[in-house]
Design a protein around this ligand. Structure first.
Ligand SMILES: [Zn+2]
Length: 628
């Protein structure tokens, strides 16, 4: 008999939060026992911020003083986590709650004060000669803990200008967001979404969400074609405006790079994390050489779908009709099983997340959408889900647990100053957890259709988090090179770059569609955060490369790979990401690391081919091949 408080959401219904049994809701008392407790923390933080100003002008006095200031910074930081997350996690439970929203905003106001009150800190540290600070670090063991934090501060300093230069840069800073703000206005505020009439007579407004859903679920190719063309035509209609805005992004980046003495915009973007430009260049080069498994996948899809044409609007349709619902109470045990290769301790930690109510599982009215893992220092990670029993939801859970285990191990091992990690390593554990979970699911799948669905899920996720992101990085690099080499930036020039990339990746396996070349105009990342998306791809490559060791048939090799991987998680942000990954055995500047992804994709496509070939009747005419 199931336990009395078992709960499964009715599809399409939105329960009130108090109708959901508490074991599916996170327990925030590990952060603060009560609101009184929270208020006391808030008051302490407020006082610590006020007291911190006493350090101003005194850092150069010596090692002891500098150490005391760093410790005071850490104390404020630790307290900030508790004060912030207790309010913000409760706000996300029901964002209609004005009372909690007010407290959350109160914390934000305090944070702004904290920032102002400590803005003098970095410049004052940097005013001390580096040699002097290094002497202190060698002589004072407690201060030596902060060596990496201090060294990376000085590393960033390399491209800081003199006072007059920095003042000019700060004036120019006011223009920085103009290209993106205009882009957002054009694509969101002022946009007129096309209205489409489907074959069945229904009408849809093509917002981005509707458009994606249509491509993923509508089995009528004419509908998908009409949606794709209408959606992209809206961008093509304004392509000269988009090109002018993007030129603004490129010119801004090039201005910053030159003003701060970098050779290229890529150099400028990678300097902070100390990543060599060869990493991005290698990633792009090797990925382009490894597109064959991707093309094979699309050839297979073309045959299975059986239409006379196969275009970009056909790439998301499911290969088989098969929906399984995954009740939350069942998948917890699977997820714990799936991480067995990472050892008993890791499994126990995952189990703790379920037993200790670290997870807020189901959607309820007013709850924030999406999913995340919140790294609450001083308590433990918390996860917000909107679990709806789909395969996507199960993989999202595995993904967020990967982030949470990273947080847990890092916070258990590192001092506060290094407990958080950068995006450059963050998506390694999340994607590795997903890969482990896929292995288990494939082993346990009961039918061919279920295996096909799983394989398609895994392949699509490699296509979108790896291949597409590398293609985007390639686009950004080529576009930035236009301005670096004094070439004009026009819609034609940008369209040509994008068309060239589609050709390089898909060759002739996907039939071309004229309007596809304007796709660059609808990618918000290009306008908001240049040179960012490649990090998803490098994380994916790192995780695929680590998985080769974790899956190794040789026990010693496997143990070694797992140990190195867990050390990476424990290392948090204690060094530059390239160094952390190198210690885990991942060298992103080597072609082999990147090739791990195409090898992984190749093996998945082989399995999918095998599953589908069994049931495909080969009538010698590829157009008539049908799936029975
Ligand atoms: Zn993630």
């Amino acid at each position: 008999m199931p336990p009395l408080d078992t709960f499964r959401p009715e599809p399409g219904s939105l329960p009130a939060r108090d109708k959901i049994p508490s074991r599916y809701k996170w327990d925030l008392t590990s952060i603060c026992a009560t609101w009184d407790d929270w208020s006391a923390g808030y008051t302490r933080l407020d006082a610590a911020i006020a007291a911190f100003t006493a350090f101003q002008g005194t850092l150069a006095q010596g090692a002891e003083r500098l150490l005391a200031a760093f410790k005071a910074m850490d104390e404020m930081g630790e307290l900030s986590y508790r004060v912030w997350y207790f309010a913000s996690l409760q706000y996300d439970e029901d964002q209609r709650n004005n009372d909690i929203n007010a407290r959350r905003q109160q914390v934000q106001i305090l944070f702004a004060r904290q920032q102002q009150a400590s803005s003098w800190f970095n410049p004052e540290v940097l005013a001390i000669p580096l040699e002097t600070v290094r002497g202190w670090l060698d002589a004072n063991a407690d201060l030596a803990l902060y060596r990496f934090a201090i060294e990376s501060l000085f590393h960033e300093q390399e491209h800081v200008l003199d006072e007059q230069g920095e003042r000019l840069m700060s004036y120019a800073g006011r223009f920085n967001s103009v290209p993106h703000d205009s882009y957002a206005a054009l694509t969101t505020a002022d946009v007129k979404f096309p209205l489409l009439t489907l074959a069945n007579g229904n009408q849809v407004t093509l917002t981005y969400g509707q458009y994606r859903a249509l491509l993923e679920t509508n089995r009528n190719q004419d509908d998908r074609a009409a949606a794709y063309r209408a959606f992209h035509q809206a961008f093509a209609d304004n392509q000269n405006t988009y090109a002018a805005l993007y030129n603004g992004v490129l010119q801004r980046d090039w201005f910053h790079a030159r003003a701060r003495g970098y050779t290229t915009t890529l150099d400028a973007a990678l300097h902070g994390n100390n990543i060599p430009t060869s990493v991005v260049e290698n990633l792009i080069e090797v990925t382009k050489q490894g597109v064959e498994p991707l093309r094979r996948y699309h050839r297979l899809r073309r045959r299975v779908l059986g239409g006379s044409t196969y275009r970009l609007f056909d790439v998301f349709v499911p290969l088989v009709e098969h929906t399984v619902r995954y009740p939350y109470d069942e998948v917890g045990a699977w997820i714990v099983d799936s991480v067995a290769p990472l050892g008993r301790q890791y499994q126990q930690n995952v189990q703790r997340a379920f037993d200790g109510r670290w997870i807020d599982v189901f959607e309820n009215s007013g709850k924030r959408s999406g999913a995340y893992s919140a790294p609450v220092y001083g308590a433990h990670p918390y996860m917000l889900l909107n679990y709806n029993e789909t395969l996507d939801a199960v993989f999202t859970l595995a993904h967020e647990l990967g982030h949470s285990m990273h947080t847990l191990l890092s916070q258990q091992t590192q001092p506060f100053v290094y407990a958080s990690y950068t995006i450059f390593v963050a998506e390694v554990p999340s994607t590795l957890n997903e890969a482990l979970f896929l292995d288990l699911m494939l082993e346990r799948a009961r039918s061919r259709d279920e295996r096909v669905v799983l394989l398609q899920h895994a392949i699509d996720s490699i296509a979108s988090t790896f291949y597409t992101q590398v293609m985007f990085a390639d686009y950004e690099l080529q576009a930035h090179r236009l301005v670096e080499q004094d070439h004009p930036v026009t819609a034609d020039a940008l369209n040509a770059i994008y068309a060239g990339l589609l050709e390089a990746y898909y060759g002739d396996v996907i039939d071309t569609e004229e309007v596809s070349r304007v796709t660059w105009a609808r990618i918000p990342h290009f306008f908001s955060t240049p040179y960012y998306v490649y990090q998803y791809a490098t994380c994916f490559a790192s995780s695929a490369s680590l998985m080769q060791g974790v899956r190794s048939k040789a026990a010693a090799e496997r143990k070694d790979a797992v140990d190195r991987y867990l050390d990476l998680l424990r290392a948090g942000g204690s060094d530059y990401p390239m160094n952390l990954l190198a210690r885990a055995g991942v060298d992103l500047s080597r072609p082999d690391t990147v090739r791990a992804v195409s090898a992984e994709l190749d093996s998945l496509v082989c399995r999918l081919e095998a599953e589908l070939e069994l049931t495909m009747k080969d009538t010698k005419d590829t157009k008539k091949i049908v799936l029975t």
